[in-house]
Design a protein around this ligand. Structure first.
Ligand SMILES: C[S@@+](CC[C@H](N)C(=O)[O-])C[C@H]1O[C@@H](n2cnc3c(N)ncnc32)[C@H](O)[C@@H]1O
Length: 283
């Protein structure tokens, strides 16, 4: 019962925190005398979301961690996570593109996978490219990479997906694995940019997805989600609550297999339902 109530009101909890961070960001910029950022809508939005995510990110990470580790280790199937020893598909390997890497919430998980891939038999070592356009988050991500001693194995690209061609050494068809964790809700022009990411994937490459998506079950929750999104999209950076990400991924290109489902633990009343799983590009 409590779990279901929380599942309904959760977006409003984040909206309240974000509203508080609006005032914190204004106060911080005034105290630093940074009127330039205060006057620019884009720069202020980035500073606001950067401050917010530094606080909210670890909470979102704590909730997602078990799922994301299982996903990246190849232990998720049909929205369910298998136990540690039971891999149902492949773990992350080779050239990896972490999209919307934020301030580096998953860098430690990636460092562990990198170590396992270097010592494990028959595994291809990973080299990660982390794409992050928010300057505050990209700077924090760089610090995290240095802290974890990942130099040479994790390269930060301080740009958005749309600038990959200009800002990264990657070429279309050169990426073994893409990971998107709670970021397809935030990218601009989702269909165009997801298609662009699809082009970067090698034939037979895998896309690991953990995203909150549009609610489709019943009538009340989808309507409530739409109502909430009116406020959400104005207060949560570029994030949107009602993205039909599963449908978009289905139609952006040809897939050999798609295993993407709502988390088995999700409440049926979730106003922010999450899908988890892997898509394999057709060869
Ligand atoms: C909700 S945060 C999630 C960050 C991180 N994946 C995590 O789980 O902590 C969404 C991220 O998407 C990033 N983002 C927004 N637009 C983007 C774009 N065009 N290309 C790549 N990332 C983008 C934001 O800057 C932000 O860091």
């Amino acid at each position: 019962m409590l779990k279901d109530i929380w599942a309904v009101v959760k977006p409003w909890f984040f909206i309240c925190i974000s509203t508080t961070f609006f005032f914190i960001t204004v106060a911080k910029l005034i105290s630093e005398g940074d009127l330039d950022t205060l006057r620019s809508k884009k720069k202020f939005g980035e500073a606001w979301f950067g401050n917010l995510w530094r606080f909210v990110g670890p909470k979102a990470q704590a909730e997602a961690e078990g799922w994301v580790i299982s996903l990246l280790e190849g232990r998720v199937e049909n929205g369910r996570a298998a136990v540690k020893t039971d891999a149902v598909s492949h773990a992350l390997e080779g050239v990896v593109l972490e999209v919307g890497a934020g301030s580096g919430m998953w860098t430690k998980v990636l460092a562990d996978i990198a170590l396992a891939s270097e010592t494990g038999e028959g595994r291809t070592p990973i080299k990660v490219y982390g794409v992050e356009p928010n300057p505050m988050s990209a700077a924090a991500l760089k610090r995290r990479v240095e802290q974890l001693g990942l130099d040479g194995r994790y390269e930060v690209i301080p740009a958005g997906i749309e600038d990959l061609e200009k800002e990264s050494p990657l070429k279309p068809g050169s990426v073994d694995c893409i990971m998107t964790v709670q970021c397809l809700c935030s990218i601009p022009e989702p269909e165009k940019n997801m298609r662009l990411l699809y082009e970067y994937l090698k034939k037979g490459g895998r896309w690991y997805v953990y995203e909150h998506v549009r609610a489709d079950e019943g009538v009340f929750i989808p309507a409530f989600q739409k109502f909430t999104n009116f406020f959400w999209k104005r207060l949560m950076g570029t994030c949107q609550l009602c993205r039909p990400t599963t449908d978009t991924l289905h139609k952006i290109g040809e897939w050999e297999s798609i295993d993407l489902a709502v988390r088995s633990t999700e409440s049926r009343y979730a106003a922010m339902p999450h899908v988890v799983g892997t898509l394999k590009k057709a060869v």
